[in-house]
Write a protein that binds this ligand. Structure first.
Ligand SMILES: Cc1cc2nc3c(=O)[nH]c(=O)nc-3n(C[C@H](O)[C@H](O)[C@H](O)COP(=O)(O)O)c2cc1C
Ligand code: SF4
Length: 662
């Protein structure tokens, strides 16, 4: 039994008046799914699925406690009892699975978003936000009292909505932390100055919450540590603050994340960061905690890591957010000895934070049902009404997902792949530096297909006649895309093909990653896409000692990665490796031993010497087989890049959707 596999993680834990069935929780994150500020069907489906999947405690996404605290379009209504019956449906549904239900609340103080709150951001001392260009409003004592009451009322609302507790987000330099920190709290009244004065606001807030929510109610505090910034509270500061609140019995647990509004990228660490980023800080807090429980967060990722955190005494409980977005049944699978069946999160941030950062509701690259549970169902698929023989042509992410879902629903599936490996371009991406989590995902697919008895035929290119002769009931074409090879650039749309691209020493990213070619010492990467294809390859080449220069039409490298938070550490890494960047530019000519590069702003041109040109441009759809089938009148469905070359999320989404619809 798995309880022996993860013996420390799967121990119950007393938390105030409740006992968690084990220590693996689904921590707070803004799912951004409200409709007109009310918890939606999307929320209900999303959280119920994670409760069904075994999470011991779920922290529902934060409500802004006050009108000036509204931060996203999908936020819950602030200061309104209208949310109560809608939350009650969620807490009731999740309680049926024995899950302890907590609700986060926040006020991010100086870092508010005027476009969503339409109110000045309130803060202790009226300092500028470090997050954007806005200044903030210094709160009066009357406004402090108003906010204390707002926090109290939010807790009362949570209690009436059936929550077992509330959690305040002080983390990432939100309002409570702004009061705690001498860097952001410059007040000279009784809320600023001495340590005791700086603790007054949170003390009053928690006291009022307890008064209104009662004794049988858990109070938690989310905090974070960012050791990279001298103007953020240190670990020692956070220890002192925890000890103060603990000694006064003001809250029951603290959850410790990483990063801050000043260094956003570590809040939701992408794969460039190591595993278990948060636990060392949780451990430091646990050393001073006498009564409060300490939860570790941030890139814990797997039950193995979580068990280690508990076993080594770093924390009392663990939050895994993205891991359970990716696989809502992580807890049950780990508990039942099926850890190998857990669909791994690849720490890409593309569809979770990547959508939240653009103010959409969140989903997941590897689990497109996330956020769609209410219409697509959960992670256990309904059996097909009638079993069919299905042929999937192409074993990239679209084909893999279609084959897996169809087989799980009872169809008899054959997957034909032209090359000797499954994974397509996704496998090449997994070979870039620090991206091996993609290879783990492909291994998971291979394991699942084997269990589901999908017949996988490698080295099997198929033409239309062979597909027709196969005689499947349904045919899925997922043949992907290939490098266009034209050097077409967005910044120079009038030129169809880069002059000189047919000449020597020009390679595609794919050829480089497959090691089919040997780039010279001085490599010019044309990055027309602003994502990992070009930049991960540049990193790989620089790591191997090549002198790399990147040309991009964008104002900075990694334009498409900004939404994931991975662009900053990537640029830092490339800078350390000595990679040179030429921004807002295009290549007008490749000469075989160098390039003419045009600055898009000034129009000036320069000729520079290089040994090799690597093209990271938009691919061309491989439509040959689909076209043949269409011409011969054979029915089929096309998914993924062969429909239009895009990112992996589109491929897996289309594979899942097709598999569910068969
Ligand atoms: C889309 C998204 C939104 C988040 N929003 C919040 C939030 O509103 N409050 C909060 O305390 N943490 C938030 N987080 C941070 C998570 O609680 C967690 O610390 C982070 O995802 C790292 O943990 P993980 O590696 O287990 O995902 C968010 C995370 C994600 C992925
Ligand atoms: S989108 Fe990527 S990082 Fe986010 S949960 Fe899914 S796999 Fe993980």
């Amino acid at each position: 039994m798995s309880e022996q596999a993860f013996p420390h993680l799967f121990q119950p834990l007393k938390l105030r008046h409740k006992t968690l069935k084990h220590r693996l929780n689904f921590g707070a994150h803004t799912a951004n799914m409200s409709v007109e500020g009310l918890p939606s069907e999307r929320h209900l489906g999303y959280y119920r699925e994670r409760a069904r999947g075994g999470a011991a405690m779920i922290v529902i996404e934060p409500a802004p406690v006050h009108k000036a605290a509204v931060l996203t379009r999908g936020n819950f209504l602030a200061e309104s009892d209208a949310v109560i019956p809608h939350f009650r449906r969620i807490t009731d549904a999740c309680h049926e699975h024995g899950t302890v239900m907590i609700h986060q609340m926040y006020h991010v103080g100086a870092h508010g978003d005027w476009d969503n709150s339409f109110d000045a951001a309130w803060s202790p001392s009226g300092l500028p936000s470090m997050h954007d260009s806005d200044g903030s409003h210094r709160m009066s004592e009357a406004q402090i009292a108003e906010l204390v009451e707002c926090f109290g009322q939010a807790a009362r609302r949570d209690k009436e909505a059936g929550f077992d507790g509330s959690e305040i987000m002080a983390a990432y330099n939100a309002l409570l932390e702004q009061f705690w920190s001498p860097y952001s709290n410059r007040r000279t009244d009784r809320y600023g100055g001495s340590f005791e004065n700086r603790m007054r606001f949170s003390t009053e807030v928690l006291t009022r919450m307890r008064q209104l929510a009662g004794e049988d109610f858990i109070l938690g505090m989310a905090i974070s540590v960012d050791i990279t910034r001298p103007d953020v509270l240190s670990v020692a500061d956070q220890q002192e603050i925890l000890a103060w609140h603990d000694a006064r019995g003001l809250y029951d647990y603290v959850s410790c994340g990483t990063g801050s509004y000043f260094d956003f990228t570590k809040i939701i660490p992408p794969f460039v960061y190591e595993d278990k980023l948060g636990p060392p800080f949780a451990e430091a807090l646990k050393q001073v905690a006498k009564h409060v429980r300490v939860q570790a967060e941030s890139h814990i990722r797997t039950p193995e890591n979580a068990d280690y955190v508990i076993a080594s005494g770093q924390a009392d409980m663990v939050s895994i957010v993205r891991g359970q977005i990716a696989d809502p049944h992580m807890a049950n699978k780990a508990r039942e000895g099926r850890a190998g069946d857990i669909r791994p999160c690849i720490s890409c941030n593309q569809m979770c934070w990547g959508r939240r950062s653009r103010d959409y509701w969140i989903s997941c690259l590897v689990n497109p049902s996330a956020g769609r549970e209410f219409e697509w169902g959960g992670d256990t698929f309904a059996p097909a009404k009638k079993g069919k023989r299905l042929l999937v042509v192409g074993g990239g992410p679209a084909g893999l997902e279609a084959a897996r879902v169809a087989a799980e629903r009872g169809h008899q599936v054959t997957l034909a792949e032209a090359s000797d490996k499954l994974g397509g371009q996704f496998r090449l991406a997994g070979m870039q530096p620090r991206r091996a989590q993609i290879l783990d995902l492909l291994q998971w697919y291979e394991g699942q297909l084997e269990k589901l008895q999908v017949r996988v035929m490698l080295n099997t290119p198929m033409d239309a006649a062979e597909i027709q002769a196969f005689g499947a009931d349904e045919v899925v074409i997922a043949t992907g895309s290939s490098p266009a090879g034209t050097g077409f650039q967005r910044g120079m749309g009038e030129v169809e093909s880069l002059p000189g691209v047919e000449g020597p020493n020009v390679y595609s990213v794919e050829e480089v990653m497959r090691r089919e070619v040997r780039p010279g010492k001085r490599v010019l990467v044309l990055d027309d896409v602003g994502n990992w294809r070009g930049l991960g390859t540049a990193w790989q080449l620089a790591d191997k000692g090549h002198e790399v220069t990147i040309v991009t039409p964008d104002a900075h490298l990694g334009r498409e990665l900004v939404r994931t938070g991975a662009d900053i550490p990537l640029r830092a890494r490339l800078a350390k490796l000595g990679v040179k960047t030429i921004t807002e530019s295009v290549i007008t000519n490749w000469h075989g031993d160098g390039a003419t590069i045009r600055d898009l702003l000034s129009g000036s041109e320069q000729r520079l010497d290089f040994d090799t040109l690597v093209l990271a441009t938009v691919n061309r759809a491989d439509t040959e087989i689909a076209d043949e089938l269409r011409d011969s009148g054979s029915p089929f469905a096309a998914i993924g890049d062969c429909l239009a070359p895009r990112h992996a999320p589109a491929a897996i989404y289309e594979g899942r959707k097709l598999g569910l619809g068969l």
